[in-house]
Design a protein around this ligand. Structure first.
Ligand code: NDP
Ligand code: GUE
Length: 288
């Protein structure tokens, strides 16, 4: 068997055109969805991601604001900025690019964002609601992966999904979203005793670690669906994932490439969440 390659770019474009339609409907009602991105310091990778996010916003007619703060910004200074955006009616989504410089506590910053504008889905209110049900923003990367799997008509109900990685932004919410889709979920992490034992049983593997070639052909069963979240560099400096793509390709049922897989979906769901946030203000207004 040779895997079908899941084209994240194509699926992202499809969803973005739907979001563009939502944006134009909002504009007819006098609302332009607005996303504010806060970038602290001069991390080059963060800068690249942030500019990609802003370009995507502009392409679909959303308003986007970039706030650049110096590397030595204090926690209080950053919270003040977030509070300003919390009060700003032209802003429907706030994203504070991670990681932050070491003098700033990430948890305090995330908790300072109005949960109704937390389009990253990192605030404890949104994390809690993801687990208990109710209206929530889902973290963009795992949300994008679910949308991708649905688009590809990958059956999740009753399937065994193994999530490798348990970070708050990818691994943990990924497992919760798969659970919502009635998958049976296993989490693996750096203390997992025998990674290959678990991944070999998976119908679906989500690799979200940040180690090149961690998942090899020996880690997967025939026909498994492999989703590669990793963003690493190879010896030549080329972008690559956590999966040994070339060797897994002949064995897998379907696989996402890096680049062009999960990455474009992350940005797409950020736009979708911002549109949703703006739509919610409309229903809140008509209710009152
Ligand atoms: N494509 C996209 O849109 C995005 C890509 N990324 C990329 O995804 C990757 C993961 O990101 P993120 O979740 O933020 O990373 P973190 O570093 O926060 O988490 C990595 C996870 O991998 C686990 N891990 C480490 N080593 C091993 C190992 N040998 N075997 C099994 N598990 C291991 C860690 O375990 P433990 O908890 O025990 O330490 C941890 O849970 C990175 O490459 C990142 O750049 C991230 C966000 C979005
Ligand atoms: N508050 C916050 N929210 C985030 O969502 C967030 C963050 N901080 N910090 C960093 C990570 C990483 N992340 C990516 C988004 C898109 C691509 C992406 O589009 N990648 C392209 C390639 C990019 C390139 O060419 O460099 C692809 O895979 O095709 C990658 C990684 C979001 N993150």
């Amino acid at each position: 068997m040779t895997a079908s390659i899941i084209d994240g770019k194509k699926i992202a474009q499809h969803i973005q055109s739907t979001t563009a339609e939502r944006v134009s409907q909002l504009k007819e009602k006098g609302i332009t969805p607005g996303l504010a991105v806060i970038l602290v310091g001069n991390n080059q990778a963060s800068r690249t991601y942030v500019s990609m996010k802003r370009k995507a916003c502009e392409k679909i007619g959303m308003h986007s604001v970039l706030i650049e703060l110096a590397d030595d910004t204090t926690e209080e200074g950053l919270i003040n900025k977030v509070n300003e955006l919390n009060e700003d009616n032209t802003i429907h989504g706030i994203l504070v690019q991670l990681p932050l410089p070491s003098q700033i506590d990430e948890i305090n910053i995330i908790e300072s964002i109005d949960p109704n504008k937390d389009v990253d889905g990192f605030h404890p209110i949104n994390v809690g609601r993801l687990m208990t049900g109710g209206e929530a923003f889902y973290p963009c990367t795992p949300y994008g992966i679910i949308e991708m799997l649905k688009y590809e008509q990958v059956e999740l109900r009753g399937k065994h999904a193994v999530v490798v990685g348990r970070s708050n932004i990818v691994g943990k919410p990924m497992g919760q979203l798969l659970l919502k889709e009635d998958a049976t979920v296993t989490y693996c992490h750096s203390r997992t005793a025998d990674l290959a034992y678990h991944t070999k049983q998976a119908d679906i593997i989500i690799a979200a670690v940040g180690i090149r070639n961690l998942i090899t052909a020996d880690h997967i069963k025939d026909g498994a669906v492999i989703i590669d979240v990793g963003m690493n560099r190879d010896d030549e400096g080329k972008l690559c994932g956590d999966v040994d793509y070339q060797n897994c390709l002949p064995k897998a049922g379907a696989i996402t490439p890096v680049p062009g897989g999960v990455g474009p979906m992350t940005i797409t769901m950020l736009l979708a969440n911002t549109a949703e946030s703006a739509e919610r203000t409309l229903t809140r207004k008509t209710q009152s």
